[in-house]
Design a protein around this ligand. Structure first.
Ligand code: BG6
Length: 482
């Protein structure tokens, strides 16, 4: 059963970059779903703000098209119109004065004020400054900022400093949409809501952890951004790092923003630097139906990686000796994200060497087919002695929780509602982002300094051969991407 919907307080949400891709594909369709679910109060006001000269009606028509394309299907027209009637628009100049008095006039007293900066980070400072100089932001207003939050530690520090001139940390919501995914939150529920796992959750019992985020998509259409970023900045520094934190952190005393983020920060700070021998980067080649990576970017000799695999350790009492293997890549065999917590073998096999080696594994599948599987060793049924096999105890959420589970909100819906509620638990704190860059920077710098060329890998495969070797050398194996 999906939990019941509790309407949020009346709010004014201003989306800077209101005509952009993120607004069209994610933010507005997400808000529309919350409207349909009954979570948005009647007098909620959503204001698109961008350079384009729309009037409110023109903007509503523009967004209507996006809702058809990216929103829920088969919604009665009157419901769509009711949602659109809560939309307004201001043509605004982020670096000038145009539009700001109009925006100020539209804000309503008594409403929560939230400002979504869905624009290039170079504009964050201008927006923040004008929200104050035009008396639009109040002491309890919130701003939402998207990744990439900086390009490296230096730029992330400077962005944090810019925002801090106008907003306090408890007003800043840095989005990592992986934290809004249902199963990612389930990680915390599984770990801290059950007695079963926590006593075994350490280096004494856990052989290794592998985290995989595999995608089938390439960088088509986003080559300009992606080529300056690469998989390390685009996925590892944020999404994979967050998954690693949730798996490895100590139990926070309570499920509240600072308690959770303090524990995540300790994990990041305890991460060992990654040795170049434990790093693999790749770039996808062409397949029969898709061109290679370089066809999507300007630089035909680009050395940007579309794949990363690495091994790292967390130097603390709980995890010393347990390696964490991370991999992510584009144009791989399947869209499949999962975390596998692989336990050690039993200390002694009473069944003798012929029973083979067996390890329990807890698999948390993030997408698709969200669920949890526990590989358990049992006797192979039938006569003929004691042969052991591993079988999965499977809890696919869609089956276990009934058909309504299909209705769970997507990451953006949940996160935007959390902004309105003023709950920062699923958002990154400034120091957390900086610590993640401090760990990632030396890796990226090493690649630059050594002019490292990513290994080519087959589109539709499971990544470069060297990534298989990374595990193989340790007598371990990646789980199949499927
Ligand atoms: C984004 C990255 O943050 O996450 C994209 O910029 C990536 O490159 C996407 O494709 C993956 O998100 P999801 O939710 O589809 O796993």
């Amino acid at each position: 059963m999906v939990s019941r919907v509790i309407p949020v307080e009346p709010f004014d949400l201003v989306i800077f970059g209101g005509t952009g891709d993120l607004a069209r594909r994610k933010i507005l369709p997400g808000l529309f779903r919350r409207f349909i679910a009954g979570q948005m109060p009647q007098d909620a006001q959503i204001i698109g703000a961008a350079r384009a000269e729309y009037d409110a009606d023109g903007y509503r028509q523009f967004i209507k098209q996006s809702l058809f394309e990216f929103g829920p299907k088969d919604v009665p027209n009157d419901v769509t119109e009711a949602f659109l009637s809560g939309l307004d628009y201001v043509a605004i100049d982020a670096k000038g004065t145009n539009g700001w008095p109009d925006l100020a006039a539209k804000m309503r007293d008594g409403h929560v004020r939230a400002f979504y900066f869905s624009v290039a980070p170079a504009l964050f400072g201008d927006l923040a400054e004008r929200l104050h100089s035009h008396d639009i932001a109040l002491p309890d207003s919130r701003i939402v900022v998207e990744k990439p939050f900086g390009h490296d530690l230096k730029s992330a520090r400077s962005l944090n400093a810019t925002l801090a001139q106008h907003f306090s940390e408890d007003q800043i919501y840095r989005i990592d949409h992986y934290l809004g995914k249902e199963t990612v939150q389930n990680l915390m529920a599984v770990r801290f809501g059950n007695m079963l796992f926590e006593p075994l959750w350490n280096a004494l019992y856990i052989d290794h952890v592998q985290i995989t985020v595999a995608e089938t998509v390439g960088v088509d259409g986003r080559g300009g951004y992606y080529d300056t970023s690469g998989a390390m900045r685009d996925m590892v520094q944020n999404h994979l790092m967050q998954l690693l934190c949730l798996i490895a952190m100590e139990p926070p005393a309570k499920f509240d923003p600072d308690a959770v983020r303090d524990e995540k920060l300790k994990v990041i700070r305890a991460l060992d630097p990654v040795s170049p021998h434990h790093l693999v980067r790749g770039q996808y080649g062409a397949s029969s139906d898709h061109p290679d990576y370089r066809a999507h970017v300007e630089n035909r000799r680009s050395r940007t990686e579309s794949y990363v695999a690495l091994k790292t350790h967390i130097s603390n009492w709980r995890w010393a000796g347990t390696p964490f293997y991370l991999r992510t890549g584009k144009r791989l065999r399947a869209r499949s994200s999962e975390i596998a917590v692989v336990f050690k073998e039993t200390p002694h096999s009473i069944f003798g060497p012929e029973a083979g080696s067996h390890r329990n594994a807890l698999i948390i599948r993030l997408q698709p087919d969200e669920g949890i599987t526990m590989d358990v060793t049992i006797k192979e049924p039938g006569p003929g002695g004691m042969r052991l096999i591993d079988v999965p105890l499977d809890m696919t959420f869609a089956e276990a929780l009934g058909p309504e589970v299909g209705e769970v909100p997507d990451a953006y819906e949940r996160l935007i509602m959390d902004v309105i509620r003023g709950n920062q638990t699923l958002f990154m704190r400034g120091d957390e982002v900086e610590a993640a860059w401090a760990w990632t920077d030396p890796i990226i710098n090493h690649w630059g300094e050594t002019k490292d060329v990513p290994k080519p890998y087959d589109a539709g495969g499971s990544g470069p051969e060297d990534a298989l070797m990374l595990m193989h050398r340790d007598d371990r194996k990646w789980r199949e991407i499927r």
